[in-house]
Design a protein around this ligand. Structure first.
Ligand SMILES: NC(=O)c1ccc[n+]([C@@H]2O[C@H](COP(=O)([O-])OP(=O)(O)OC[C@H]3O[C@@H](n4cnc5c(N)ncnc54)[C@H](OP(=O)(O)O)[C@@H]3O)[C@@H](O)[C@H]2O)c1
Length: 287
C-alpha cells in the first residue's frame, strides 16, 4: 500500500504509529485504502511543534485524524490547534476528526475551535483507554506485579481503542459521521482495583495494588527522572480528570457503530493471550 501518494486526495492520520492512529491506519490498510502517515518520523514528517512541516504534510489531503501529542490539556495546545485549523483550511482540507479527552476542559476548548472552523468535523471524545494498561504507562508495573497509584475507589469507564479506531475509520470514510460528537466509554464502570483484578484473572498472575498519596507518587516519579512536564500532566489527569466526573456510561459507540462497546473483560482476555503482561523484557514502555 502506497501511503504517501499525492496524486489524489488522501486522509492524513496524525499519530499513525501511536496507540489509536496505528489502529486507524491498520483499518485503511486492511480495506485497501490509501492514507498519509503523519508523525515526526513518517516519510513526510509532521510535527505539531514545527509549523514548517505542516503545509507539506497537508498537501493533497482532504481529511485529518487529529491526535495531539502529548495531550490537549498541555499549556499552549489550543493555540496550536487554532493555527493548525487555519493552515488546514488554506491547504484545502475539508473534514477534521479530532480525538478529544472526556471531562477535560482544555480539550473541550480545542473541540470548540474545530467545531467553529467552518470545516466539516467529527469529535471523538474519549474516556481513559483500556490500552493504557498494556501499551502505556501502567504496563511496566503490571509486569512487575506491583502497582502504586494515587487513585482510590474512583470508577472510570475504560474504553477499548479498537472501538475508538472503528469510529475514526468510519468517520474518515462515511460522511454520515460529519457534525457528530461521539463521547465514547466502555460498557462498565471499574475502579483501578477492579481493573487489576480483571488482569489477574486473565493472566493468572498476582498484582499487588496499593494506593499512595499524590505527594509520594510525584516524589517517586521525580526520583525516577520522569520529566517535570510529564509529571504535571499525570498529576492533572490523576487529580482533575479522575475525580469521578467521568463515572458514567455513554452511548457514543452504539450511536457511531450501531453496536455496543467491547468489554474490559474481553480486552483483558485478548491482551493476556498476547503475553504482553507476562514478559519483563516487554515491560519497557514509559509513556
Ligand atoms: N490515554 C488515554 O487514556 C487518553 C484518553 C483520551 C484521550 N487521549 C488523547 O489521546 C492522544 C494520544 O493518542 P494516542 O494514545 O493514540 O497516541 P500515542 O500512543 O501517545 O502516540 C503518539 C503518536 O503521535 C506521534 N507524535 C508524538 N509527538 C508528536 C508531535 N510533536 N507531532 C506529531 N506527532 C507526534 C507519535 O509518533 P512520533 O513519536 O514518531 O512523532 C505517535 O505516532 C492525546 O491527545 C491524549 O490526550 C488519551
Amino acid at each position: 500500500m502506497i501511503k504517501n501518494q499525492i496524486d489524489k486526495k488522501l486522509p492524513l492520520i496524525i499519530g499513525s504509529s501511536g496507540k489509536t492512529g496505528m489502529r486507524v491506519a491498520e483499518r485503511f490498510d486492511s480495506n485497501g485504502k490509501n492514507y498519509r502517515a503523519g508523525t515526526r518520523h513518517s516519510e513526510i514528517p509532521f510535527d505539531w511543534y514545527d509549523t514548517n512541516t505542516w503545509q507539506k504534510a497537508l498537501h493533497g489531503i482532504n481529511s485529518v485524524y487529529m491526535v495531539f501529542s502529548p495531550d490537549l490539556a498541555v499549556p499552549g495546545a489550543p493555540a496550536i490547534i487554532k493555527t493548525f485549523v487555519n493552515v488546514a483550511k488554506i491547504c484545502g482540507v475539508k473534514h477534521l476528526v479530532l480525538l478529544s479527552g472526556r471531562g477535560e476542559v482544555e480539550a473541550q476548548d480545542c473541540e470548540k475551535i474545530v467545531m467553529d472552523s467552518a470545516l466539516d468535523w467529527t469529535i471523538v471524545r474519549s474516556s481513559w483507554f483500556a490500552q493504557n494498561f498494556s501499551e502505556s504507562f501502567f504496563l511496566d508495573d503490571i509486569v512487575r506485579g506491583q502497582v502504586f497509584l494515587p487513585i482510590g475507589e474512583i470508577k472510570e469507564p475504560f474504553v477499548d481503542i479498537e472501538d475508538l479506531a472503528d469510529i475514526v475509520f468510519a468517520a474518515l470514510t462515511d460522511k454520515k459521521h460529519k457534525g457528530q460528537i461521539y463521547e465514547v466509554t466502555g460498557s462498565k464502570l471499574l475502579t483501578f482495583r477492579e481493573v487489576f483484578t480483571e488482569i489477574e484473572t486473565a493472566t493468572g498472575r498476582r498484582i499487588d495494588y496499593q494506593q499512595i498519596s499524590m505527594d509520594d507518587y510525584v516524589k517517586f516519579m521525580s526520583e525516577a527522572s520522569v520529566p517535570q512536564d510529564y509529571i504535571a500532566l499525570i498529576k492533572y489527569l490523576f487529580t482533575e480528570v479522575l475525580d469521578g466526573r467521568n463515572a458514567s456510561l455513554t452511548d457514543g459507540i452504539q450511536r457511531a457503530l450501531g453496536r455496543g462497546p467491547r468489554s474490559f473483560h474481553e480486552y483483558a482476555k485478548a491482551t493476556a493471550e498476547t503475553g504482553v503482561w507476562d514478559n519483563p523484557a516487554q515491560a519497557n514502555v514509559s509513556a
